[in-house]
Design a binder for this molecule. Structure first.
Ligand code: 3SL
Length: 259
């Protein structure tokens, strides 16, 4: 009898969080946005963002367009800015850095604003820039993001992958499944898995959770990067799980800070 009562009280108290995953920006439904969203680009934009902020970058401002990036960056003091640009996996000519979590060392980024544009990740961020609480995540800060979601009153969360030029990315789905699996495994809120994309992301995580790096190497974008040169270090870093406590958080449209 007492057990029954406890169960009923728990049900009454526990909030429900509706969780969805979209593979690429074009899949995001038109219409009202949720209050909370997480953008994922495991290879490599949101991993680079996590390491840059962890290593003391003041902020990261993201752009679709390289000219707009240059114009905005020109107004910033040159001693406290870095231009980070990637197209097709390679550094943009004339930029300070390419898109790699290995490049954003404390020596390079401490106290600086990074003006950043990448092929897919920064576009995904732009698609959801109107969401009130917008976070970015890679595998290294997956638990930090999960803890943040659980610490607030959240009723609906969208996760958005970045894909590659409009098509599906295995590694972004892996990370969406990794985040969902933490949320489903806790007892603070009930999680309602809303779409099939997320069910399949969860299945993906179940099959690769012991070896996420192998998944990144299997993915077409992992292979693309290996084809461009020695990206072993990048793949290892992007596959690290729960090694960072930083939660990149949008503080104004397109500008992320560490929280
Ligand atoms: O597409 C992106 O946004 C990038 O992360 C791709 S890359 O890993 O830098 O090639």
């Amino acid at each position: 009898m007492l057990d029954d009562l406890v169960t009923v009280t728990d049900i009454v108290r526990r909030a429900v969080v509706k969780l969805s995953y979209f593979h690429v920006a074009a899949d995001v439904p038109k219409g009202p946005l949720p209050d909370v969203a997480v953008v994922i680009d495991v290879l490599r934009a949101t991993t680079t963002i996590a390491f840059a902020l962890n290593n003391g970058a003041e902020s990261i401002q993201v752009f679709d367009d390289l000219d707009e990036l240059r114009k905005t960056a020109d107004k910033w003091p040159s001693s406290s800015r870095l231009l980070l640009g990637e197209r097709g996996g390679k550094k943009v000519d004339g930029f300070d850095l390419g898109n790699s979590p290995l490049l954003v060392t404390p020596e390079r980024v401490k106290g600086k604003r990074l003006f950043m544009s990448t092929t897919n990740g920064t576009k995904a961020l732009k698609r959801l820039h109107e969401v009130k609480s917008l976070y970015t995540m890679g595998l290294p800060n997956r638990k930090a993001v999960a803890d943040r979601l659980l610490s607030g009153k959240v009723s609906e969360v969208w996760m958005l992958g970045s894909g590659w030029e409009g098509s599906y990315s295995l590694e972004d789905s892996l990370a969406a499944g990794a985040l969902a699996s933490i949320l489903l495994g806790q007892s603070l809120v009930d999680v309602d898995v809303i779409n099939d994309e997320l069910f399949s992301a969860l299945a993906l995580w179940e099959s690769w959770e012991k070896e996420p790096e192998k998944c990144l190497r299997t993915a077409t974008h992992g292979k693309r990067l290996m084809g461009l040169g020695d990206h072993d270090g990048d793949l290892k870093r992007c596959a690290e799980l729960d090694s960072l406590s930083v939660v990149p958080t949008q503080k104004e449209s397109g500008v992320l800070i560490a929280c």
